[in-house]
Write a protein that binds this ligand. Structure first.
Ligand code: BGC
Length: 736
């Protein structure tokens, strides 16, 4: 073998170790165009009565006086009758993005819980998203559901948002790519997925009436772009509109959002379903809403007889009604709901599905800090485990997305309340106890547990052990925002005291979003494990002991303080309603929020604009090995570079490419990413293609790429950037 041949051979074998998340094994997206033509033909055969069958539905739950649960309905979020004469199936709807939801246990079954949305997104891995979606979709199908209310993709504009845990990220490109993959996975089961909540649903406080102000350009370059990319990638059959108002209109009746942007500009062919209790009146149909969901939660059933009467007397409504039906049918046909009906009583392989949840959790755990204490040796002698109900399980977020395994929760902790929503005021723990998993990893160690209620007791145990592992939990729920970024129940004081007592203190965070860490400098290591899902405990132990080399990266910025945010005070925080309904307090329905403060500079983009240093930046995450990314070249709309594992363990790196300036002006945007697995010493070439919209501005009704110099950098995260590479780009203008 010549030297040149040998080198080539070595390079090939090195490349063979690299696996690329982008080469995902994914079913093709559904074909909405073909389905639309067939739907048009069916609409022609519908009678006036039939035309208001698919336009409204109920919550098939026995909590509503006067609601008759139709035969064949499955207890869940929604039910829309079918039209047997035309072979149109019933729509049976369930939440959600993290698994088939529990609805208070009323179905007496369980499902596999994926980790939270943030944990999923922290994988930066479209294949993991796809596999998770496919798994959830298969369970939904086996329970008789054919519509999954999944695909939550609202950007994190405020780290206090109570639903942050359900969503994915603060960046539109990352969010769009990931949610698109998840939706494809769901819909690979011949069921419909939504994408939600369209749009600008950035806080839970006053969620039904908070009125968002934002310019079209800012919205197009941020929140709307996440939806646009997600819809292109995933082709969801339905878009769920949001609770909030936008420019004074309810999002579910917003002509701008639903007709102009979604249907006209993007050419979306599926249907818009309302969020539950988000329909202001029959006029929402003209605003672009196609289906009234969970009608018991609205003031009246608007999309039944009221809509029929309107259509009989007003040609505008009549044409709209035909279009509404066509859109629902398009989604049904595109996902093959009629040809491959979902049936109750299907079998679920929970053991197999738990592996999907475990892999997601492992890939999504982020090592935030490590002063050499991790990974722990399996020969560790004494470990004090403290707090976080680590002896029972891992925390879950609450609200409509809550999932429970077939055996129900490991533990619950009621936070009280006497409203109809008090069941939601309950912290639930999945049956995957980190304590058990830690004991299994270190069979020779003395492992003690203290619940952390008494600081002195926890400190004593920590002093006696070689290593202290504190589990800190921060519970979030739909319906409420966090008052600040602190850990509740005195956990900040507990961590500070334990860390002072034992220099080998490791903090494992189970949080629904960013939190402050006043004790950070005193700790030896910090892991962000999010809400870990069905196998969260095993995943945490696997990372602690180095069986899994952490490769998760933050999909959101962890601010150093609330002062760094565009809105240090959350709008309406001083009149939070503790009742989840989000209905205005009497005389207080004028809540405004101004998203033009940051515009499209959400999250790290805002931090870059302000020159602020985050506690932990977007994209951050450590590993037990080291990586080097070098040789960035940009040609046209493609960047290529080399990633090398320069350490001693195999591991995953998330290569990140950022735009850092345009025309000499600082401007930061994530333009490409790829997760790669590399053996020690191995290197691989990564090439990412830019979506030109991410580089461009929305101006005068279209995308505009200004001619000039564009500078790009490789990022360890949004703050640790390589020297920029500058290229010239020609001007380009285009429509959606
Ligand atoms: C939530 C939606 C959910 C729906 C049905 C609403 O309260 O905002 O995300 O899909 O309920 O459960």
């Amino acid at each position: 073998m010549t030297i040149a041949n040998r080198l080539a051979f070595a390079a090939c074998s090195v490349l063979a170790f690299a696996s690329h998340a982008a080469n995902a094994q994914q079913a093709p997206a559904v074909d909405m165009i073909k389905a639309d033509a067939r739907a048009g033909a069916t609409v022609k055969q519908m009678t006036a009565d039939e035309k208001v069958v698919l336009t409204n539905g109920i919550m098939p739950l026995p909590f509503f006086p006067g609601t008759v649960i139709p035969e064949g309905a499955v207890f869940g979020a929604g039910y829309i009758p079918g039209i047997p004469r035309l072979g149109v199936p019933v729509l049976t709807e369930t939440d959600a993005s993290l698994g088939v939801s529990w609805v208070g246990g009323i179905r007496k079954d369980g499902a596999t819980a994926l980790p939270s949305g943030l944990a999923q997104a922290a994988t930066w891995n479209p294949q993991v998203m796809y596999d998770g979606g496919a798994m959830i979709g298969s369970e939904a199908r086996a329970k008789g559901f054919n519509v999954l209310l999944a695909g939550g993709v609202n950007l994190m504009r405020d780290p206090r948002n109570g639903r942050t845990f359900e969503y994915l990220a603060e960046d539109p490109y990352l969010s769009g790519i990931l949610v698109g993959a998840a939706i494809r996975g769901v819909q690979s089961n011949n069921i419909i997925s939504t994408i939600k909540h369209f749009a600008l649903n950035g806080q839970e406080t006053g969620r039904k009436y908070v009125d968002v102000k934002i310019t079209e350009s800012a919205a197009r370059e941020s929140d709307l772009l996440a939806f646009q990319i997600g819809i292109e990638q995933g082709q969801p059959g339905s878009v769920m509109c949001a609770y909030n108002r936008v420019h004074g209109d309810q999002a579910c009746a917003s002509d701008w959002l639903l007709n102009k942007v979604l249907k006209q500009s993007w050419g979306y062919k599926g249907f818009v379903m309302s969020d539950w209790g988000a329909v202001p009146g029959v006029e929402a149909a003209l605003g672009g809403l196609d289906q009234q969901s969970g009608a018991q939660l609205d003031k009246a059933l608007f999309f039944g007889d009221v809509l029929k009467a309107k259509a009989a007397s007003d040609p505008g409504y009549a044409a709209k009604l035909d279009d509404m039906n066509r859109r629902v049918l398009t989604a049904i046909y595109a996902s093959g709901l009629d040809k491959n009906p979902a049936k109750t009583g299907g079998t679920i392989d929970f053991a197999k599905n738990a592996q999907v949840a475990e892999l997601t959790a492992k890939q999504g755990i982020v090592l935030l800090r490590n002063k050499g204490v991790l990974p722990l040796a399996k020969t560790a002698k004494s470990i004090a485990v403290i707090g976080g109900y680590a002896d029972s399980g891992v925390l879950a977020g609450s609200g409509s997305s809550l999932v429970q395994g077939p055996e129900g929760p490991a533990a619950t902790r009621s936070l009280g309340g006497d409203s109809p929503f008090s069941a939601l005021m309950q912290q639930n723990y999945h049956r995957s106890a980190p304590l058990t998993a830690i004991k299994a990893m270190a069979p020779g160690a003395t492992v003690t547990f203290r619940d952390g209620r008494y600081i002195a007791d926890a400190v004593e145990k920590a002093k006696q052990a070689d290593v202290a592992i504190i589990f800190a939990t921060e519970w979030r729920t739909e319906g409420l925002d966090q008052p600040d970024l602190s850990l509740p129940d005195g956990q900040d004081a507990l961590i500070a005291a334990v860390a002072a007592a034992n220099p080998n203190t490791i903090v494992v965070l189970e949080t629904g979003g960013p939190v402050a860490m006043p004790w950070l400098d005193k700790t030896a290591a910090v892991i962000e494990a999010w809400y870990g899902g069905a196998r969260g405990g095993q995943a945490i132990a696997s990372v602690l002991f180095g069986e899994t080399n952490p490769g998760g990266r933050l999909p959101v910025t962890f601010p150093a303080s609330l002062d760094q945010l565009p809105r240090p005070k959350l709008d309406g925080a001083d009149w939070v309603e503790p009742n989840f309904s989000g209905d205005p307090e009497p005389g207080k329905d004028q809540l405004h929020t101004d998203y033009d403060i940051e515009g499209s500079d959400v999250g790290y983009r805002w931090f870059a604009r302000k020159g602020q240093k985050a506690l932990f930046p977007f994209g951050h995450g450590l590993s037990y090995t080291t990586f080097e990314s070098t040789g960035l070249k940009v040609k046209g709309m493609t960047a290529s570079f080399t990633v090398k594992n320069t350490g001693k363990r195999s591991g995953d790196e998330v290569a990140q490419v950022y735009l850092v300036s345009r025309g000499g002006e600082a401007k930061q945007r994530l333009v490409g990413f790829q997760r790669v697995s590399l053996e020690p010493g191995a290197a691989t070439t990564v090439s990412v293609k830019f979506d030109p919209r991410v580089l461009a501005d929305w101006k005068n009704g279209g995308w505009s790429l200004a001619a000039g110099e564009y500078a790009f950098a490789l990022g360890k995260d949004a703050e640790a950037l390589s020297a920029p590479v500058k290229v010239k780009m020609a001007a380009k203008l285009w429509k959606d």
